[in-house]
Design a protein around this ligand. Structure first.
Ligand code: ZN
Length: 384
């Protein structure tokens, strides 16, 4: 091996010497008005050297810059992961002014310190709408709906397909009860979302339509039919039954109610339906026949609504203390007790979200954690 190397080296030296010998004659070189006599091979060698050295220098400087950027990016991310948010921000702030993707990590570090409003004022790269979308996301989480809306709208003006911004604006429209806008955003979300969340977004859309049907009576039937075609949940089912009862179609209402019993969603459906006395009367025979399969907590609420106090007595030991109190106050003939009963009814919150927030009646979106479809009926033995 070494022998081959020596041979190759000797061959190269010989070739070089031949090259020098062939180009050893002098040529005239005019430089800045002066004339020089220079051997030709020297000029050729210098030209080669300059041709290689200049690009090499250029790439070397570029590589040094890149590697120092990479180093500070890695440092910033590891500071963030280790909980040193101020250090992470310090490391990444200057790069964030030029590179929007880096600014996203900086915003995360600022948000972790609870200073998201400060991030709005920073000079960060915002060309692609990524920074605006993520700012909107954190502002929404901190319940600053107006500023979140501004950020999301600005993000969409740069990138109309930003899913984070579309979902954010959808949630804000829902909280503001602007249901038509909310629906139009959800239609876009449904179209753009990835396959893994298609089903979830369909569910959101269905519940949103059912909720909107309650607010916009002129669109009631259209929205409810669309909701049922999109996805069936206990909420869409309950609102459909409610609508059937309103229309006087008790047969269809009972058919749907029967389905709810066979699917095991009867408690949720009845807990949504319980509010309307008149409608409850229409399905009372049906409820009585199946009262064994109904949660006592739900059943007692229905009986209170219909003032069927004799039915309540045997169930009182099976319900939570607050409901027991409501039942006893409602039965009393004294005005003060009745007023207390009404107040307690308002304070009674049988629905609970996975984040712990409690609700008096079902809503598709939890305002506290901003998740959809996570609110369920509380079990009787849960602490109220
Ligand atoms: Zn929640």
């Amino acid at each position: 091996m070494n022998f081959i190397k020596v041979i190759v080296a000797i061959a190269l030296i010989v070739l070089f010497l031949v090259f020098v010998a062939q180009h050893a004659y002098y040529v005239q070189l005019n430089l800045f008005g002066m004339t020089y006599q220079v051997p030709l091979f020297v000029i050729i060698l210098i030209s080669f050297a300059v041709g290689f050295i200049l690009p090499a220098l250029y790439f070397l400087v570029k590589d040094v810059k890149h590697s120092s950027f990479r180093k500070s990016l890695m440092k910033g991310i590891s500071h963030l992961a280790r909980g040193y948010f101020q250090k992470a921000e310090g490391e990444l702030l200057s790069a964030s002014k030029k590179i929007e993707e880096v600014a996203l990590i900086t915003i995360k570090a600022i948000a972790e310190r609870g200073e998201i409003h400060r991030a709005r004022e920073l000079n960060l790269s915002r060309e692609k709408g990524l920074v605006d979308a993520i700012l909107g996301y954190y502002l929404l989480k901190s319940k600053d709906y107006q500023k979140a809306k501004e950020s999301f709208t600005s993000s969409l003006s740069k990138d109309p397909y930003n899913l984070t911004a579309l979902k954010g604006l959808r949630d804000i429209s829902f909280l503001e009860k602007d249901m038509l806008t909310c629906i139009s955003y959800q239609e876009k979300v449904l179209k753009l979302c990835e396959k893994w969340e298609k089903d979830l977004q369909k569910r959101v859309f269905a519940e949103m339509l059912a909720y909107a049907s309650e607010i916009l009576p002129e669109k009631r039937e259209e929205f409810l039919k669309k909701a049922l075609d999109t996805y069936k949940t206990f909420y869409t089912q309950a609102i459909w039954i409610k609508y059937m009862l309103e229309k006087g179609d008790s047969k269809e209402a009972k058919k749907q109610l029967d389905k709810a019993f066979s699917e095991g969603t009867q408690n949720e459906v009845l807990a949504i339906l319980y509010q309307d006395e008149e409608k409850l009367t229409k399905i009372m025979d049906f409820i009585r026949e199946r009262q064994e399969s109904i949660n006592p907590e739900v059943l007692v609420r229905i009986y209170i609504k219909l003032s069927l106090f004799t039915q309540i007595k045997p169930l009182l030991d099976k319900v939570s203390q607050p409901l027991k109190l409501i039942a006893l106050s409602s039965e009393s003939h004294r005005d003060i007790d009745k007023t207390c009963g009404d107040v307690l009814q308002k304070l009674y919150r049988p629905w609970v979200c996975s984040c712990g927030e409690v609700y008096n009646s079902y809503v598709p979106l939890c305002e506290r954690c901003l998740t959809w479809g996570n609110i369920i009926l509380r079990r009787t033995d849960d602490a109220f």
